[in-house]
Design a binder for this molecule. Structure first.
Ligand code: ZN
Length: 63
């Protein structure tokens, strides 16, 4: 879904997309992004999962 001229930074066109964690908006002109999942836990979960995932990947590479 595209929201025309709704970027808060440059008034460009913003695409609404989603990934494994959440829904978010991203400007196609300047790259501005905003999380719109509306779930306060999402940011917390993400901040815990991401470092853990990085650590696992690092271990896999070194072994
Ligand atoms: Zn923009």
């Amino acid at each position: 879904m595209i929201h025309f001229k709704s970027c808060e930074r440059c008034k460009g066109d913003v695409a609404q997309t989603s990934d494994w964690y959440s829904e978010y908006l991203q400007c196609m002109q300047c790259g501005w992004a905003k999380d719109v999942s509306g779930d306060p836990l999402t940011g917390l979960i993400r901040s815990v999962i991401e470092p853990a995932r990085e650590a696992v990947l690092a271990n896999c590479k070194s072994s």
